[in-house]
Ligand binder design. Structure first.
Ligand SMILES: C[S@@+](CC[C@H](N)C(=O)[O-])C[C@H]1O[C@@H](n2cnc3c(N)ncnc32)[C@H](O)[C@@H]1O
Length: 393
């Protein structure tokens, strides 16, 4: 169930974050809940700045609803009972006291709350997670002081996915402060990634702002750290913008080991970016109405040239080049199933769109599928693909 924008006045960025979490957790739990018990681990639960009556605008409230629905669906389908567990961590005693109010509302879910520092609790959280369960770890701190090495055992679990809220604006600003404790804290967050030297090496480049270049370095560094410490093949980012500025406020970093996870992430990301554009357009209209004392009943009209539209066009162009670069020259070939996950992991296109792009490249004669069956619109994973011509021709 998607969050209700009415609960997010003045913190629209949290709506965007929750839109993504709602879509993703729903699909994830439904997908893995057929095979495994699911454990949702919220390392920084809150409640924090919630405005709804029943925690519907909190990450744990949203996740618990998804767990409940998936559990009911599997039962209704006659697939048996799945154990759904939520491990909710909150350091602040007052917030933790409020967090506990959620427990009696979900008798169908096993909920354990913890009132301590998330990093300190990693061994307890490991013990509370059955070895064969699928765990989804959400780390959404207010700041960035996290010792990622200490969190690594949780990230490394065999069946696990992670979403980390990387507070880009705050981290970017902190990275420029010459203070030994701050620099050591950032090193603990992104250990062994050489982030400092990479930031210092940024040279002014035509058509690219320094902020964009710094974002690329920092997002790459945290992605590398999570990928290495948690042994994740795929780590991706989706930006959450300031509500009224075209700049990243924070980045949601998602890690998975499964191509299906990559596919679902891109679907949820596209839906979230479109919702973000709509929220921002509505805010623009509200601002204009305030200024001119008018009332626009219809909200902001989306033109397609907002952030999502521009970003998606850029990502598509890069994905097209990536197909051409990665398809081997004949007699070499690669199966489509081995091609698409790495392209989707790097470039923000949906799998359905990439399939259509591959089909168009085939029609244009720029790539060749050796096993294409009659009347197929998009390639199957088993199809081998090759090319004969210069990809840039
Ligand atoms: C950004 S809020 C979380 C919001 C929540 N994830 C949501 O989307 O509704 C961060 C929360 O983490 C708590 N917190 C801060 N440091 C913590 C720590 N070291 N361990 C656990 N919780 C912490 C704060 O008290 C705050 O409630």
């Amino acid at each position: 169930m998607r969050p209700d924008l009415a609960n997010y006045a003045g913190r629209e960025q949290a709506y965007v974050k929750h839109h993504f979490i709602a879509d993703y957790v729903e699909q994830l739990v439904f997908k893995v809940g057929s095979r495994r018990d699911v454990v949702y681990i919220d390392g920084f639960s809150g409640p924090w700045k919630d405005q709804s009556e029943n925690f519907e605008d909190t990450s744990f409230g949203i996740a618990l609803e998804s767990l409940r629905r998936a559990k009911k669906t599997w039962k209704d389908l006659g697939r048996g009972e799945r154990t759904m567990t939520a491990l909710l961590v909150e350091k602040d005693p007052e917030a933790h006291a409020r967090l506990q109010e959620i427990v009696p509302r979900y008798p169908d879910i096993t909920i354990k709350t913890f009132n301590d520092d998330f990093v300190k609790l990693v061994p307890d959280l490991m013990r509370a997670t059955p070895p064969d369960a699928f765990s989804f770890v959400l780390m959404d701190p207010k700041g960035w002081k996290i010792d990622m090495q200490a969190v690594a055992p949780l990230l490394r679990r065999a069946n696990c996915e992670v979403v980390f809220n990387f507070m880009f604006t705050m981290i970017n600003w902190s990275a420029s402060i010459p203070n030994a404790a701050i620099q050591a804290g950032l090193e603990a967050l992104m250990p062994g990634t050489d982030w400092r030297r990479r930031l210092d090496a940024i040279a002014p480049a035509v058509g690219r702002s320094t902020a964009d270049a710094r974002k690329a370095v920092l997002v790459e560094a945290i992605s590398e750290a999570i990928g290495r410490l948690g042994a994740y093949e795929y780590v991706m980012e989706t930006p959450v913008l300031f509500p009224t500025k075209d700049r990243t406020f924070y980045s949601l970093i998602y890690a998975t080991r499964s191509p299906k996870g990559v596919e679902v992430f891109r679907d949820c990301q596209h839906a979230t970016l479109k919702a973000q554009d709509q929220v921002r357009a509505d805010l623009q209209v509200a601002k204009r109405d305030d200024l001119f004392n008018t009332t626009d009943m219809f909200g902001g009209a989306i033109t397609g040239n907002e952030f999502a539209g521009r970003w998606m066009a850029e990502q598509e162009a890069a994905a097209l080049m990536a197909i051409l670069e990665r398809v081997p020259i004949s007699p070499g070939s690669i199966t489509y199933g081995n091609l698409w996950p790495s392209i989707l992991a790097k470039h923000g296109v949906r799998k359905t769109r990439l399939g259509r792009m591959a089909a168009e490249l085939r029609s244009d004669g720029r790539i060749e599928f050796l096993d294409w069956a009659a009347r197929k619109q998009v390639p199957d994973d088993a199809y081998r693909v090759t090319r004969r011509v210069n990809p840039y021709a």
